[in-house]
Design a protein around this ligand. Structure first.
Ligand SMILES: [Zn+2]
Ligand SMILES: [Zn+2]
Length: 156
């Protein structure tokens, strides 16, 4: 019967598509696991372990990998370390500082905005490059007109 043959062919086709789809998904997942492992560790042992898990058992291995992988990528670890270092760093000696009017952290007097909370409270003179308060329309150091006072805070 012609119709039966057609349904058989159709079924084979559907199964083939599903299998191909699963294989592609499995390979993509395995490669993703290996790449992810490389971003999280420099240890070749762990990368090899991740590679094995990514391929066998299919899908389940990747799931196990996601449960045991290091929680942070090396990039995240590095930026966390830098952040910590910056927070611990004392203000540079000899530079006059003052507390930020918004968040209260010590910042250098010449700063035109707070690097911590991003509040802007001054701007640069276009002529002599010194910091001017936002309300000033003219530079008191070099008499350059700096335009209308920008009272709106541009922080955030
Ligand atoms: Zn601040
Ligand atoms: Zn000036």
């Amino acid at each position: 019967m012609l119709l039966a043959v057609d349904i058989g062919t159709l079924l084979t086709l559907v199964v083939a598509i599903v299998v191909a789809y699963l294989v592609v998904l499995w390979l993509a997942l395995a490669f993703y696991v290996v790449r992810d492992a490389r971003r999280r560790t420099t240890s070749p042992g762990f990368t090899l372990f991740a590679m094995l898990l990514g391929f066998v058992p299919p899908f389940l291995g990747a799931l196990i990998y996601f449960m045991v992988r290091p929680p942070l990528t090396m990039e995240q670890v590095r930026s966390l370390a830098i952040e910590e270092q910056v927070l611990l760093e004392p203000p540079v000696e000899g530079v006059p500082t003052r507390p930020c009017p918004t968040c209260g952290r010590e910042i250098e007097q010449e700063f035109i905005l707070c690097p911590y909370c991003r509040t802007q409270f001054a701007r640069r003179c276009t002529g002599c490059d010194r910091s001017l308060r936002l309300g000033w329309g003219v530079c008191p150091y070099c008499a350059t007109e700096v335009g209308a006072p920008a009272l709106a805070r541009t922080g955030r």
